[in-house]
Every structure is written in structure tokens, then in C-alpha cells.
Write a protein that binds this ligand. Structure first.
Ligand SMILES: [Fe+2]
Ligand SMILES: [Fe+2]
Length: 455
């Protein structure tokens, strides 16, 4: 019930922001005598995306209002308050920005439609302008979808500028296509610089937008995946076993995310950082011990549990100290969900058979909230268990993977994500494939001695 009230409050709150935005935009449209069609179109597109199509990762009303207000202001500045032609309205820049931020092509196309319509309307219902802006931003969105490097953004901007020019050129043409005049060169210059400059501005402002909209783009993710990041460097030096574990979890997660069309780069980078909290007390985690010794032997089960569970809390503190993006911090907090620290729970039960311990021996959670964090939760357990397999044959690997996925599913750890059973099957198969690939290369070479004997 509480959750329901909380959710409906958030829903009503963001709806109120949406309505306020429509009033604000209405006043601006009235002041600048722009016709109201872009506003109506914008609202219709939001209703279509959020309610009718229920597009995944569709931004909240607050984010949408901010984005649209920004688009309206910039378009007005370019088209009304300066000497630049309306062809300089940075629809291309907005298409790239929205694609990079929200990683959803369908939403990018809806936004491109809105801003192009807005541009056309600001310039006195200029149909040609609207169409060329739309074609440019369409190309910009398609090229910049899931790109990972900065120079690709500029490339997308310039190419989209060329397309915007070609469409405008074809539509505005009155005389022969082969006779070029000064106006055509002017149009060319404006369209290309529109694509080029707006893509550079987007790149420059990207960290600010990531902060405002609480998202992480592929470009930042790639920077975070650099092993020279201070946190990863420390992990390599202070907890080498955890680092190796994180690498395998990252490989498992990336491949699995790919199969269900989730953000594989986010899953990989999230996996790199998921156990950073372990580097504060590395020797209490078995993977960091060069020779095995029971470091928990002299500790009470409750103390051992505290040390183990605290790696999540300490990881979050470390991440915040290094200003990691909140989307990466999610992997630190959610990678154990509300699961039980089973080994020490069993030990505690042996010490005090009658006592009720179960809740005390659980990780604090929350449970995974996204497909990517859910995949890392599964890959984390699977990697740890794969080390305990004596003879990792394909059938044993499959049995172990299916067991883990089934157990986590039955425990409700995956309940707060929107993974379907079909997704889970694809993830399971991907885990099996990756693990078999890891283990199949281990061949027992005959020893020198035995070779000599056989000679
Ligand atoms: Fe962990
Ligand atoms: Fe882990």
C-alpha cells in the first residue's frame, strides 16, 4: 500500500510538472506568435510514447519538460533573436543529445519529430524547413545510437548536416539543379556548421546533462572502463583476486546483456566496479588469499557476516568519494539484492539452533532494479560457484547455471526488474556458452617426466 501511495504521488507530481510546462510553453508560443501545433504534437507524442506504446526508458514528465523547454528556448534564440537562418536550429544536436542520454531510438525519433515541427512553426509554418530538420535529426539519431567514441558524435553531426542540406536544397529549388548560387552555398555552410557545432556543444555539455538526467552515456561508460581509473587501479593492486573475479563477471554479463538487447556496455562497466568495497578488507574474501586459510575461523559468525555485508556499504562510500555515476553505484548496491549470507547463516544456526537469524543475515538490498544489475547479480554468483566445480564439464556447468538462475528467481531477487522468462532463458544460455568457452581451453599437458619415460 505504502509503495502504491509513493508511486502515485510521484506520478501525480511529474504529471503536474508536465502540465506546468504546457502552460509555460503556451505563454511563450503566444508571445512569439508561434502556432500551437508543435505543442499539441509534443503532448500527443508523449501520450503515445508513455501511455499507448509504453516505451521502455521513456523519460519522466520532469525530464521531458526540461528537455522540451530547453529545445524551445534554443530554437527561439537561433531563429528569432539572431541573424542565423532558421536552418541553424540545432535539431541535429538535440537528436544526438537525446539518443546518447536515453539510449532509445524510438524516443529519439519522437523528439526529432517534435523539434523539427517546432522549428518549422517558429519560421512561419515553413514546411521545407520542418522536413529538412527532421531528416537531418533522423539521420543524427540513427548514427549516434549506441556509439561509444567522441569522434563518432562529430561524424554523426556532420553527416546529418549534409543530409539536412540535401533535403533543403532539393525542396527549396526553383531553377535547375545544376545552377548553384550564393544562397545555396550559404545554406550549405549553415547546415554543415549546424551539425558540426551542435555536436561539439553536445559533447562539451554531456557531463552536465548526465548529472541533470541521472543517466550515463556510452561515451562516459567507455571512459569508466579504462583500467587507469583510480578505483580500478587500486582494485588491481589491493584486491587482485576480486579484480580477476570482476573481469569474469564482466565478460559473462556483457555477453548475456547482448542477447536480450540490454545495455551490454553498462553491464560490463558495472561489473568492473561492483565489488570495489572489498578492497578495504581484501583478505577477508577468499578470492584474494594466495594460499587458503580460514580467516573467519576465530571470528563469530555475526562478525564475519558484518565484514562480508559491509563491502556493499563501503563500496558505495568509495564510489561516492570518487564521484562515480549513480548508474554505476546501482551495481554496487544491488549486486547481492536481499540474498542470504548462507555460509555464516548456517554457522550461526549451528551456534544457536533455536534463534531466528534469517533477516539479520541478509544483504540490505535493494534488489536489482534494472536488467543490467540483475544480470550482474546472477553472473556474480555463477562466477563464484564455477570456481568450485571439480570437473567443469558442459553438463555440470549447465546444471550449476540453471540452478543459480532458478534459485534467484524463486527467491524473488529478480522481481523488481522487467526481465521476462524468455529473457532469463537467453541469459542462462549465454552464461553456459561463456563459461564453457572459459573452461574448455584448459587441457592437461603431459609432464616432461612422463614424456621422457615414454621415450
Ligand atoms: Fe559482492
Ligand atoms: Fe562479486
Amino acid at each position: 500500500m505504502k509503495i502504491f501511495i509513493k508511486k502515485s504521488k510521484a506520478y501525480i507530481g511529474s504529471l503536474a510538472v508536465g502540465i506546468l510546462f504546457v502552460i509555460f510553453a503556451g505563454i511563450i508560443f503566444f508571445l512569439y506568435s508561434i502556432d500551437f501545433s508543435p505543442l499539441i504534437l509534443g503532448v500527443a507524442l508523449v501520450l503515445y510514447g508513455r501511455i499507448l506504446r509504453k516505451i521502455e526508458k521513456f523519460p519522466s514528465y520532469i525530464d521531458l519538460s526540461l528537455l522540451a523547454a530547453f529545445a524551445i528556448l534554443i530554437s527561439l534564440l537561433v531563429a528569432v533573436h539572431s541573424k542565423i537562418s532558421a536552418y541553424g536550429i540545432p535539431a541535429i544536436g538535440f537528436a544526438i543529445l537525446v539518443t546518447l542520454l536515453f539510449d532509445n531510438l524510438e524516443f529519439s525519433l519522437l523528439f526529432a519529430l517534435f523539434i523539427s515541427f517546432l522549428g518549422g512553426s517558429i519560421d512561419g509554418a515553413n514546411f521545407n524547413l520542418g522536413v529538412s530538420l527532421f531528416m537531418g535529426s533522423l539521420v543524427a539519431a540513427c548514427i549516434s545510437y549506441r556509439i561509444r567514441r567522441r569522434f563518432q558524435v562529430i561524424k554523426a553531426g556532420i553527416l546529418a548536416g549534409v543530409v539536412q542540406f540535401l533535403i533543403a536544397f532539393l525542396m527549396e529549388r526553383e531553377q535547375s539543379f545544376f545552377v548553384l548560387n550564393n544562397l545555396d552555398f550559404n545554406l550549405f555552410k549553415i547546415c554543415i556548421s549546424n551539425g558540426f557545432i551542435s555536436s561539439i556543444v553536445v559533447l562539451g555539455l554531456l557531463p552536465i546533462f548526465e548529472y541533470i538526467f541521472k543517466v550515463v552515456t556510452n561515451i562516459s561508460l567507455l571512459e569508466l572502463s579504462d583500467f587507469n581509473h583510480p578505483l580500478l587501479r587500486r582494485l588491481i593492486l589491493e584486491a587482485p583476486g576480486t579484480y580477476q573475479h570482476s573481469l569474469v563477471v564482466a565478460n559473462l554479463s556483457e555477453a548475456a546483456a547482448e542477447t536480450i538487447n540490454a545495455n551490454s556496455l553498462l553491464a560490463r562497466v558495472g561489473a568492473y566496479y561492483h565489488d570495489i568495497g572489498k578492497m578495504l578488507k581484501p583478505n577477508y574474501f577468499v578470492e584474494n588469499l594466495v594460499t587458503y586459510r580460514d580467516v573467519h575461523k576465530d571470528l563469530k559468525p555475526s562478525m564475519s557476516k558484518l565484514i562480508i555485508v559491509n563491502h556493499v556499504k563501503e563500496g558505495v562510500e568509495l564510489a561516492k568519494k570518487h564521484r562515480l555515476n549513480p548508474k554505476i553505484v546501482d551495481f554496487v548496491t544491488q549486486h547481492h539484492g536481499r540474498s542470504l549470507v548462507y555460509y555464516f547463516y548456517q554457522k550461526a544456526k549451528e551456534h544457536e539452533p533455536g534463534a531466528e537469524h534469517e533477516e539479520e543475515y541478509r544483504y540490505p538490498g535493494p534488489r536489482p532494479q534494472s536488467k543490467e544489475t540483475a544480470i550482474v547479480l546472477l553472473a556474480d554468483t555463477i562466477e563464484a560457484l564455477s570456481r568450485t566445480l571439480d570437473e567443469p564439464t558442459p553438463s555440470r556447468i549447465e546444471e550449476m547455471v540453471r540452478d543459480v538462475v532458478k534459485k534467484r528467481f524463486m527467491e524473488g531477487e529478480l522481481d523488481e526488474t522487467n526481465l521476462t522468462l524468455k529473457d532469463l532463458e537467453k541469459i542462462t544460455q549465454s552464461f553456459i556458452r561463456t563459461l564453457c568457452a572459459i573452461f574448455h581451453t584448459r587441457i592437461n599437458y603431459p609432464k616432461e617426466e612422463s614424456r621422457e619415460k615414454s621415450k
